[in-house]
Design a binder for this molecule. Sequence first.
Ligand code: ATP
Ligand code: MG
Length: 359
Amino acid sequence: IILGAHQPPNLFANASSMMQPSQRRHMSRNLFLSELSQYVRKLLEKLTRTIEPESRLLSFGSTANGFSLRNSDMDLCCLIDSDQPPLAASDLVTMLGDLLERETKFHVKPLPYARIPIIKLSLGPSQGLPYGIACDIGFENRLALENTRLLLSYASVDPTRVRTMVLFLKVWSKRRKINSPYRGTLSSYGYVLLVIYFLVHVKNPPVLPNLQQIPPLRPISHEDMHFGEHNIWFFDDIELLRQRWRSSNTQSVAELLIDFFKYYSRDFSYNTGVASIRAGLLKKESKGWLNDFDGSRYSETSRDRNRLCIEDPFETNYNVARTVTKDGLYTIRGEFMRASRILATRPERAINALAQLCE
Ligand code: ATP
Ligand code: MG
């Protein structure tokens, strides 16, 4: 489908032989998707190397941190390891965009002059791929690779509770149409940060440790801890952590979800607070993320940028929720309240309640 004339390799060959027949139908789809994304990544990497031989394409976002749904997009990052000065990102986007248009069946949309230059690729749904493929290729976005690794590490500390909560919230927020940064609501990444913030800083006892505050076991140089001015340290020896970290919080996923919705419908201080997984609850004022004044001038833009404040774990001067508008926040909070109400009034019919939540 992707290359037109060429046949892709038999992606199912290894996967399906390892499975019980009863598992095959469900499992093969997940394996198919992960092998498909690997196949697409390798294919695009091969094409990119014809322009920039020292480049690598790496996955980030949900295809790399275990939070993907069958209709998730693929996020790819191009890193160039050359000693020579690399091509400017905008030139690379234009050249690679032309090449992909010629060599593949993707619809290609290069955005060379965006704040972060990217190429958007898409394939419409077809019989073999009912959800099609959507893929963004960005360049040198090392912080995104690091925050993907951070989220993967959090998911690995308590896979059952963290992954289930995140996947539930992603399905729910997409169904309720509040997962759309271009339309004034919040990205999936933003919802994942809200979940981690809740499990590290709101729950008492906490479900997760704060990986960014655990000191390294041996001294680490300033250079290894930083990327540019950003401190990217976090404790990533997950094997060791799983041996040593035992949360005394024994709540089930359902109980945690009920508390999550309750907390974000009435307890989180939207007007003054900033959710930071690195440092806990911060004040908008202390970060200069004021929502009424921009310096001495009243600024609608600044106000609309900081309705909901979620600090990026590494790029700490960046509000991940800056896309959330006044109306968007009103809708999101309304959905948290609706979810909280449905879960509180029908605890005995949890399955029905969960189905109704996603209606
Ligand atoms: P989905 O399955 O819906 O695609 P996802 O987990 O891939 O969800 P995205 O929102 O697509 O989440 O984000 C993918 C990656 O892009 C994140 O891991 C993060 O590195 C980066 N990212 C996305 N949105 C933002 C944002 N608002 N600010 C900073 N980085 C972001
Ligand atoms: Mg994604």
